[in-house]
Design a protein around this ligand. Sequence first.
Ligand code: ZN
Length: 615
Amino acid sequence: MRQRRSKSPLKVGRWLWFVFVLSAVLVLALLWLLVCSESFSGGIDNVVLISIDTCRADYLSCYGHAGRTTPNIDQIAGQGVIFKNVVTAAPMTLPAHCSMLTGTIPPYHGVHDNLDYRLNESEVTLAEILKDHGFVTGGIISASVLSSQFGIGQGFDTFNDRFDGAAADVLMVERKGGQTTRLALDWLGRHKDERFFLFLHYFDPHFDYEPPEPFASEFADNPYAGEIAYTDYCIAPVIQKLKELGLFDSTLIIITGDHGEMLGEHGELTHGYFIYESAIKVPLIFKLPGQNKAKEVEELVGLIDIVPTVCGLLDIAPPPQVQGIDLRPYLFGKSVVSSERHVYTESLIPTKYNANTLLGVVSDKLKYIQTTRPELYDLADDRQESENLISQLPQQARILQDSLRQILEESVPTSGPSSKTLLDEQARKRLESLGYVSGKVAEEFRFDESKKDPKDMIDLHVSVEKVHHLIAQKELAEARELCQEMLLQHRDYYGLYRHLGRICFEEGDKQKAQVYMRQSLKLNPEQPGLHFNLAMLLAEQGRYDDAVEHFKEVLRLNPNQVLAHNKLGSVLYAMGRFDEAVRYWQASLKLKPDQPGIEKNISAALARKQKRSLD
Ligand SMILES: [Zn+2]
């Protein structure tokens, strides 16, 4: 009995050991909780998110660029956490920003390109989340691709997308960093006493590369680097203003970019087409209040991690659909998050040339690209992605391929929780747009390998971009020559006829322009942009009935196009169909509220209608 009552030394030792481990775990858990929630959620009064467009991570000096491109950002990075391995969800401005602000990838939020897409009202942006939690929210953007008509302004109390001096019907307008900064300083001054979220977008590093002096001279041999340096120079006064207002120590500052720039690598000059490293690696720096020591994180993270991290820091539950992860463990601790991270990235631009999509999955060491001839790269040894290892490492490719499939199946809403459930029409269409051929069940989806490989179409893409640029520069003869040269190899590509139409239009030959435009539409009748051009041309010639038909076609293909609503309204007004005109203008205001000119048009139409009824 005695023996039974007293524990053996071995058992006592185990017991003590158990108590010790348990206490240690409890203490660590408590510390973790303190680190993750208590100490910082109270410290952050405001959030400033700065997005630099077309910002290759390796062009910032704090990311290793040899030139002193970003002394001001370096200073912030020197007191913050700098993520060295950050992947964007798409090398395109609108889809990337949708991912940045919703924490979801394009197959989920549905925005795959600029202009013809709009972020759905049902998506939840960081601005909406913070507004719901009492923040006053402001957005200042520097290019019309991020205009509120594309749905990206949801949740912002004020969203400055008005570009002074720009004609309202120009699709691509931008403002210089200096002006964006002036607007930001003004906004900060007005909201300094409130709890705020400011989203600031700079566009200068986007092509053309024309930095102002002294950056033009200093970076004469690399004007793209000059634009990065100029943007850094523009950011400095914003940081200074936060300091002057006494807000620097209570503001979470995040500096990032939407995508990089290829600068000729793999044959691509700018961005949007390929998903190689130079296009998809972006900077990401978190500067927390009270933090003054630099910390570097080498592990792979995604642009989609910003939303859950900000939510975590503010003790807000992120929306359930968020696909990114909370990076707080990296901000405060060590590498505690699983290193087996797979981050998604995509480009659907090659489909414009009847080529396949590019769907990528990046892991710590490897990148898999699903397309007609799939690719696998060892990112540690081959940063240039010059050696495709797909046949040498089939098993690794298979793992990433499975991961991609899983990511897509989780992203595309099906009619049930399991991948075996039936796909509804919408889900089927969405998967088809990603390059899958459909069956009735999600599992029956197979990637379509019958289409051309995007790698074989890069020359056409580059030439088309060049034609586009030449037309913008009014170098029409050269543009025509290039178009005709490309036609010898690509007679079935609708875009070349479209550009020839534009060239004739610019030259004043409207008749010939129409012939080319109709030829282009014959090859691809589903181009909202071309229907728009044709409608404008017909309206100009007074052929209103035909113009109305093509404007309506634009809106059938893209019901969110503000400009088509506005122009259709004008044509109907000219035809004396005032009620219809008012309807289209009102729909336009619903898509983009801040249009004083359209409000005036509505008043004019209503007045004319009343006058007619009196007559
Ligand atoms: Zn961009």
